[in-house]
Design a protein around this ligand. Structure first.
Ligand SMILES: NC(=O)c1ccc[n+]([C@@H]2O[C@H](COP(=O)([O-])OP(=O)(O)OC[C@H]3O[C@@H](n4cnc5c(N)ncnc54)[C@H](O)[C@@H]3O)[C@@H](O)[C@H]2O)c1
Length: 383
């Protein structure tokens, strides 16, 4: 991976990152105030496509009006479908009426769905677009930090079932991604912080210089002062785009690196019941932190790197320990069982993203289970 801190020139009013894929390349445009030009940008990227906007109630209250006005200005607005905010909307129960509403609005093969919201809306609306009339195009307008650097890019769509998260879905690349960094100012601080965990992930998995930059500049990323926030979004989106270009369908292993912290994290999320008790990004923060000392115990990673990761995550206020989850604490056996249910199990073996150090993640397909059990027992007891 390129050294993210120097990969992009900053200072322009907007930045465009190309995701180059055979027959389905698209642009990620990043800048302040982009939502007001949604209509012009879609008219130019997808000539002739009319738009149905899918959003959640929170985001619609803040940003549907400017998006609608901009689409109307270009005669592109078909209507909107607004669902309840929250992970529960990624379900068959919400998907079915959503698809019917979109058909009622008159969405045709050549039209597009505009997914206006965070990762929940991006995954749900992207999935609906991929099955509606056997596939219509989708434009992602991500409104959370997590969605701008991660979920809106790369074409993974889907919903949850009681068997687990994201087990039903498709690969359906967007035709355009509009990441308006201005909308992040209305995000709840806890949601921003959770999304920041995914930003840190890019440093930890392949870009040590970016991690060092975050250690120095995180306060400006959070405050939104200067260009630091935008720079962090650009580097994150760029890193995701390059990984997707190399391994669109998670076949060669490169895309699997994005799961750094996720095997632990998904188990913790499942344990906490996918609730406000532990947000996705918070679970990933704990999971990434765990991946470092676990790698160190296996003799793969310097102890000093593990300490540095914990220091940074704690400095920004992210949880780093299993004990930080409010309420009853999980038993190690329970976490192991939940880990085994994750999609990352192949032929009975647990694939894990481990690290040789900060910026040097790799996929280990044969993690020694006794060592993992011993490690989890220690971590579950750690305060
Ligand atoms: N497809 C992928 O590649 C991928 C990658 C990572 C995560 N995900 C998925 O993303 C989802 C999590 O996404 P998320 O963290 O964005 O959560 P989210 O979509 O639930 O948004 C978080 C909350 O913030 C509100 N919100 C969104 N934008 C806002 C804004 N600008 N101002 C004020 N409030 C705003 C939402 O209404 C919601 O209440 C999970 O379902 C996860 O599985 C998908």
């Amino acid at each position: 991976m390129r050294d993210g801190a120097t990969a992009l020139a900053s200072g322009q009013s907007e930045t465009t990152i190309e995701v180059a894929l055979p027959g389905r390349s698209y642009a990620i445009v990043i800048g302040e105030g982009l939502v007001a030009s949604t209509g012009r940008r879609i008219a130019s990227a997808l000539p002739g496509a009319r738009c149905a906007v899918v959003s959640d109630r929170n985001v619609a209250a803040l940003y549907l009006a400017p998006v609608k006005a901009s689409l109307d200005q270009h005669g592109l607005f078909l209507g909107e479908a607004v669902v309840n905010p929250g992970e529960a909307s990624k379900s068959f129960a919400v998907l079915a009426p959503l698809c019917e509403s979109l058909l009622e609005l008159g969405v045709e093969r050549g039209d597009c769905i505009v997914a206006l919201g965070g990762g929940v809306i991006g995954d749900l609306a992207g999935f609906a677009a991929s099955i509606l009339r056997r596939g219509v195009r989708v434009v992602q307008v991500p409104t959370t930090l997590l969605a701008q650097v991660d979920s809106a890019i790369g074409g993974k769509t889907g919903i949850d079932t009681r068997q687990g998260k994201n087990l039903i879905g498709t690969f359906h690349q967007p035709s355009l991604v509009l990441a308006d960094t201005g909308v992040l100012s209305t995000l709840a601080p806890r949601e921003f912080r959770a999304g920041y965990a995914e930003v840190v992930k890019y440093g930890l998995l392949g870009d040590a210089a970016f991690f060092a930059w975050l250690e120095q500049n995180w306060a400006e990323v959070f405050s939104g002062e200067g260009g630091a926030r935008r720079h962090a979004v650009e580097i994150g989106a760029h890193a995701k785009a390059k990984i997707v270009e190399q391994d669109e369908r998670e076949e060669s292993g490169t895309r699997a690196l994005l799961n750094l912290g996720h095997t632990f994290g998904h188990a913790l999320e499942a344990y906490a019941g996918y609730s406000d008790r532990l947000l996705h990004g918070e679970a990933i923060a704990i999971g990434m932190r765990l991946a470092f000392p676990f790698s160190a115990e296996l003799g793969l990673c310097p102890e000093g790197d593990a300490a540095r990761v914990e220091r940074h995550l704690a400095a920004v206020g992210l949880p780093t320990k299993i004990a930080a989850i409010p309420g009853t604490k999980p038993m190690p056996e329970e976490l192991l069982r939940l880990m085994a249910q994750d999609k990352k199990v192949k032929g009975g073996k647990l694939a894990f993203v481990l690290v040789h150090g900060i910026g040097a993640a790799f996929v280990e397909r044969d993690v020694p289970l006794p060592r993992l059990t011993e490690f989890l027992a220690k971590e579950c007891g750690r305060r």
